[in-house]
Design a protein. Structure first.
Length: 202
């Protein structure tokens, strides 16, 4: 009986996680992407919440202090790494998997793409950093909003989508670094968005 209850719990748990990852179309449609081969991508962290903290700033302030208290300068280095991941690591992972998923349509999706007619704004709404201390771990998770706009007029929204709690963890549990876990969420987000676009255009 206990085994049956555990199995039911696992099934419902898996279902809840799968549903959380689903991409929802909130506004517009993706028909305009039918013959698009160039897509500009920008990233927005302006309204980001992290873990149990109401803002990214409050999370960073606490984390910097905790690490600096343990070792002078350690928190400051962590802060630099956090910002660098947002500027480089996370976008690179997202674009790599987005382009790979759209390879059949030969779409080039990248930052600063001057040949693109449309821009995809990847708005990060929430990050759960997770943790990995060897004997215990918790996967990262990221919630996104994807906004497609006219590149020359970002007030012209063509489509808006939402994707909540995309998990991020590295195989074999070798994701001790926070940025590594979160980057995997961006990779999965890009992959799933590509699949959603392809399905929508059929």
């Amino acid at each position: 009986m206990k085994k049956l209850i555990c199995l039911i719990g696992l099934v419902f748990g898996f279902s809840a996680v799968s549903n959380a990852q689903k991409i929802m179309l909130l506004e517009g449609d993706l028909g305009f992407l039918k013959n698009v081969t160039e897509l500009n991508v920008v990233y927005d962290f302006s309204a980001l919440e992290v873990g149990d903290y109401p803002s990214e700033k409050s999370y960073k302030d606490k984390r910097i202090k905790e690490l600096n208290d343990k070792e002078a300068g350690r928190g400051d280095k962590w802060s630099e790494s956090w910002e660098r991941d947002k500027e480089v690591r996370f976008p690179e992972k997202f674009e790599e998997l987005l382009e790979k998923g759209l390879s059949g349509n030969k779409v080039k999706a990248s930052r600063g793409n001057e040949n693109a007619e449309y821009t995809l704004i990847v708005k990060t709404k929430f990050i759960e950093p997770g943790f990995n201390v060897g004997v215990m771990s918790k996967a990262a998770a990221v919630s996104f909003e994807y906004i497609f706009v006219d590149k020359n007029d970002e007030t012209k929204v063509l489509a808006r989508l939402s994707q909540k709690m995309v998990p991020g963890a590295q195989a074999m549990g070798m994701d001790f670094d926070t940025g590594t876990r979160i980057a995997e969420s961006y990779a999965k987000g890009g992959k799933m968005l590509a699949a959603f676009i392809i399905k929508s255009l059929k």
